[in-house]
Design a protein around this ligand. Structure first.
Ligand code: GLC
Length: 728
C-alpha cells in the first residue's frame, strides 16, 4: 500500500495500540488458542496488549504461523499483520557451515547464493525476518559466539556482510526475507572473552575495525538492526543515543527498524544506567529502539512517559511508522500469509549443490605431513572418535537442521570401504555436560578408558587411523565462553594411546572456534579443520579425505599458540619495540618469555593437496596521486599433483601515518582454480580508496607517504613491493 495509507493507519491508532505494536514476544507466549495467560502474566501484560503486539519470533511452522496470523487478525481493529521473525543465522532445515566456517571459503558469491536458498526455505516456512547475519568482528576465541562471525578482518567481514544481506533480501519479493543484522555494535569484543562482559575501546578502533561490516550491511539495504547487550563508552547500546541516534540514524541514515536484543532494554536496569523500568523505557525509545524484545518495559511504561509529557508521542509514532513501513515493504498488508498461502505447497528448494560446495570450500587443511591425505580405498582404515558417528554437527544456532538428511562419516565410509573400515567410538566428546549450563541428558556417556582400549585394538589392524574429534557443539555459541581451549582431555588421552602404535594418524576436527591445537598438531600427521560443517558437511569431509575434492579453505581468525596470547590477530600495530626490528636489547622488546608472538596458524592460512608457487610480483608504477590508480601483478603456478583452488591475498602496510597503522591490512583477494602446471597472472588495482583510515582528527581519508604492498598465500607468507602515494 502507499505511504498515505500507512500514515492513515498510524493516525487512526490509539496510544495503547501504538505501544502494543512495539512489542516483540517469543513463542512461549502462545498456546493452541493463540494467546494464553502464562508468560503474559509473568510479563504483566494486559490481554488487550498481547492481542495487539507487533511481532512474534522463533515460531517456525507454516501451519502454526497461519493459524496465529488468522486468530490475531480477527481481533486486530486495524488489521495490522504480525511480523514473524526467527533466529535463522546460517540455515533453517538445510544448514550451511557455521559462519566462521563458511568464511574460510573466501567466497562471498557462493555465500550469497546459499543465503538466497536459506531465504527461500524461510519464506516457505512463513518467516518474514531473520536475525542474521551476525556481523561482530572477533579477536578472542574464548568468546563462544566467534562461531557466528566471519572473523577478525573488517574488510573480509564487510564483503560477507553485503553478500549475506543481498542474498537474504534480494528485492524483498517472493522467496526472500528481511535481514536483521546484529549485534550493533562491537559485541564481539567482551573483556576477557567473557559472555555479555563489558566492551570498552577507543572511538578510532570502533570505527576502524568494529563498525565497517555493519555499515556495509546497511548500505546493502538491511531492513532491521538488533542492538547489542554491551556497553559502548560506558552506556549500554540499547539506551545509547550517541551510537543509535547520532551514528546509526543521523550519520549513516538508517531509517529501518531497530529491535533490542533479548530483554536488553530491561537490562539497562541491571547495567545500572536506569533505576526503574520507567527510566529504561525512556532510554530505549529515546535511543530509537523500536521493538522491545521479550519484556513489558515498553508496554507498561511508555504511556506514562507520554501522559506525563516526559517524552513526546511523536517518538512513538516514528517507531510505529518504521515497523508499519517494514510490514508494508514485505507486502504483509496485502498478503499477511506471505509464503504460507493455503494454495501453495512448501517446495523443497534444491540446496544441495551450493551447500555442498560451500561445505567443501569451508574445510581447512591445517597439516598434511608426508601427504598422508588424500586416502585411497585400498587402505585399511580405523575410524575412531566421538564425531565419527555423530549428527550433532550443525552448531548451536541450528534448531531445525534436518539431521536425517545426511549420513554420518562412519556411514558414508562404510558404504565406500566395506571390510576395509573398522570403527570405534573412542571417547566421549566431553564428560560433564552440566558445565554447559543446560539441562542435558547425558544419555550416551560411555566408559572412556574401556572405549580407548577397544579403539587401540582395532587401530592395530589398520594401515591408517582417522580420528574424528572436537569440542561439544554447545561449548561454543551464545553463553559458551571458555578459559581453556583444548578438546576434552580423554580425547587427547585416546590420541596419545593411538600414537603409540606408530601408524599415520589423520584428525578431523569439529569445533566452533579456534582451539589451542598444539598437542593435537604435534601428534597427528594430518589435521582437517571442518568446524560445524552443515547438512552437506559429512559428504564434503569424506570427499576431501579421499581426494575427490582438494581442500582450499583458509582461516579468517588466528589460531593462538597459547591462550596467553589472546587477543591475537594479524593486523596488529608495530609498537615502539617491535620484536624483529627494535634496536633495544632482546629482553626489552615486545615479546613473551614463554611463548612466541606469532599464532600457531595465522589469518589466511590453509593448505592444499597441491602446491602453489608465487613469483614475479610487479607494480605498474611505484607512485601515484589522488584520482590515479596503479596495478600490482603476480604469477601463481600450480606446482603440485592435483588441480586446486587457491585464495590469493593482497595486503597493504601504511608505513607512517598521523596515527599508528597496522603492520598490514587485507585489501583484496582472488580465489582461482589452477590445473596441474597451470599458471595465472593475478592483478590487483591500487587506488586512494584502499589507503583510507581514521586519521588523527578522526576524518576518514588517505595520507601521502610510503607503502608496502604484499601478495601471498596467507598473512605471513607474502611477497612484498613498495609504492608511494604522493601529493597532487
Ligand atoms: C539472543 C541473541 C540474539 C538472538 C536473540 C533472539 O540472546 O543474543 O543473537 O537473535 O536473543 O533469540
Amino acid at each position: 500500500m502507499n505511504k498515505e495509507k500507512v500514515m492513515k493507519i498510524l493516525n487512526s491508532m490509539t496510544l495503547d495500540e501504538k505501544i502494543s505494536q512495539l512489542i516483540m514476544l517469543d513463542h512461549t507466549l502462545l498456546s493452541d488458542n493463540g494467546v494464553e495467560t502464562g508468560p503474559q502474566k509473568k510479563l504483566g501484560l494486559a490481554v488487550e496488549t498481547v492481542n495487539n503486539i507487533g511481532s512474534l519470533y522463533n515460531i517456525v511452522d507454516r501451519n502454526k504461523l497461519r493459524e496465529i496470523q488468522e486468530n490475531y487478525l480477527k481481533k486486530s481493529r486495524h488489521k495490522i499483520p504480525l511480523l514473524f521473525c526467527a533466529d535463522v543465522i546460517y540455515g533453517l532445515k538445510s544448514v550451511m557451515p557455521i559462519p566462521l566456517g563458511f568464511a574460510c571459503s573466501w567466497n562471498p558469491d557462493l555465500v550469497n547464493k546459499c543465503m538466497e536458498l536459506v531465504s527461500k526455505e524461510c519464506y516457505d516456512s512463513g518467516i518474514h525476518v531473520v536475525f542474521s547475519p551476525m556481523l561482530d568482528l572477533v579477536r578472542d576465541p574464548r568468546w563462544g559466539r566467534v562461531m557466528e562471525s566471519t572473523g577478525e578482518d573488517a574488510f573480509l567481514n564487510s564483503c560477507f556482510a553485503e553478500a549475506q544481506v543481498k542474498g537474504l533480501q534480494k528485492d524483498l519479493g517472493v522467496n526472500t526475507v528481511a535481514s536483521c543484522i546484529k549485534h550493533f555494535a562491537a559485541y564481539g569484543a567482551p573483556e576477557a572473552g567473557r559472555e555479555y562482559n563489558t566492551v570498552d575501546m577507543s572511538e578510532r578502533k570502533l570505527h576502524q575495525d568494529y563498525l565497517p561490516a555493519y555499515k556495509k550491511a546497511i548500505e546493502a539495504g538491511a531492513k532491521m538492526v538488533m542492538t547489542s547487550f554491551n556497553t559502548i563508552n560506558g552506556i549500554p547500546v540499547s539506551g545509547n543515543k550517541e551510537i543509535m541516534n547520532d551514528l546509526l540514524r543521523n550519520q549513516w541514515g538508517f531509517n529501518g527498524v531497530v529491535v533490542s536484543d533479548y530483554a536488553a532494554i530491561q537490562e539497562l536496569i541491571d547495567h545500572g544506567v536506569a533505576e526503574t523500568p520507567y527510566e529504561a523505557a525512556k532510554m530505549g525509545i529515546e535511543a530509537t529502539v523500536d521493538f522491545d524484545m521479550k519484556t513489558s518495559i515498553y508496554a507498561n511504561n511508555l504511556k506514562k512517559l507520554v501522559t506525563k509529557k516526559v517524552i513526546d508521542e511523536t517518538l512513538i509514532d516514528k517507531a510505529v511508522l518504521r515497523i508499519l513501513t517494514l510490514k508494508n515493504d514485505l507486502g504483509l498488508f496485502e498478503n499477511p500469509y506471505r509464503g504460507i498461502e493455503l494454495e501453495k505447497d512448501e517446495e523443497k528448494a534444491d540446496l544441495k549443490n551450493d551447500f555442498r560446495s560451500l561445505s567443501e570450500e569451508s574445510i581447512v587443511l591445517l597439516k598434511n605431513d608426508n601427504n598422508v591425505l588424500p586416502l585411497n580405498i585400498e587402505q585399511k582404515i580405523a575410524l575412531i572418535g566421538p564425531y565419527a558417528h555423530e549428527k550433532n554437527i550443525l552448531g548451536m544456532w541450528s534448531f531445525l537442521g534436518e539431521k536425517n538428511s545426511f549420513l554420518t562419516i562412519k556411514e558414508l565410509m562404510e558404504n565406500m570401504l566395506n571390510d576395509n573400515l573398522k570403527y570405534s567410538f573412542g571417547s566421549n566428546i566431553m564428560e560433564d555436560l552440566s558445565t554447559l549450563g543446560f539441562k542435558i541428558e547425558a544419555n550416551n556417556l560411555i566408559n572412556d578408558d574401556f572405549e580407548i582400549e577397544k579403539a587401540v585394538k582395532i587401530a592395530k589392524e589398520s594401515d591408517i587411523i582417522v580420528t574424528v574429534l572436537g569440542e561439544h557443539t554447545l561449548e561454543s555459541g551464545e553463553g559458551g565462553s571458555r578459559t581453556k581451549l583444548e578438546i576434552y582431555d580423554k580425547q587427547i588421552k585416546l590420541l596419545m594411546e593411538l600414537k603409540k602404535l606408530n601408524k599415520p594418524i589423520v584428525c578431523v576436527l569439529f569445533n566452533g572456534r579456534p582451539l589451542i591445537l598444539k598437542t593435537l598438531i604435534e601428534n597427528v600427521d594430518s589435521l582437517l579443520e571442518v568446524w560445524y560443517p552443515g547438512t552437506e558437511g559429512t559428504k564434503a569431509i569424506v570427499d576431501i579425505l579421499y581426494g575427490k575434492i582438494n581442500p582450499s579453505g583458509k582461516i579468517t581468525m588466528s589460531f593462538p599458540e597459547s591462550i596467553g596470547q589472546i587477543p591475537i590477530y594479524y593486523n596488529e600495530f608495530k609498537t615502539g619495540r617491535p620484536l624483529k626490528e627494535s634496536s633495544h636489547f632482546l629482553r626489552f622488546t615486545s615479546r613473551y618469555l614463554d611463548s612466541p608472538n606469532e599464532p600457531l596458524f595465522p589469518f589466511g592460512f590453509g593448505l592444499s593437496y597441491t602446491t602453489f608457487e608465487y613469483s614475479n610480483i610487479t607494480i605498474s608504477k611505484d607512485k601515484f596521486k589522488s584520482g590515479e590508480e596503479i596495478e600490482a601483478k603476480i604469477i601463481i603456478k600450480n606446482t603440485g599433483k592435483y588441480k586446486g583452488k587457491e585464495i590469493v591475498q593482497m595486503y597493504i602496510q601504511d608505513i607512517f601515518g598521523s596515527v599508528v597503522r597496522p603492520v598490514k591490512e587485507l585489501k583484496g583477494f582472488r580465489k582461482i582454480e589452477l590445473k596441474v602446471n597451470e599458471s595465472k597472472e593475478i592483478t590487483f588495482k591500487i587506488n586512494e580508496e584502499l589507503l583510507k583510515f581514521y586519521k588523527s582528527n578522526m576524518e576518514y581519508g588517505a595520507e601521502t607517504g610510503e607503502f608496502i604492498l604484499f601478495i601471498g598465500k596467507n598473512s605471513q607468507d607474502l611477497n612484498a613491493i613498495k609504492f608511494k602515494f604522493i601529493k597532487n
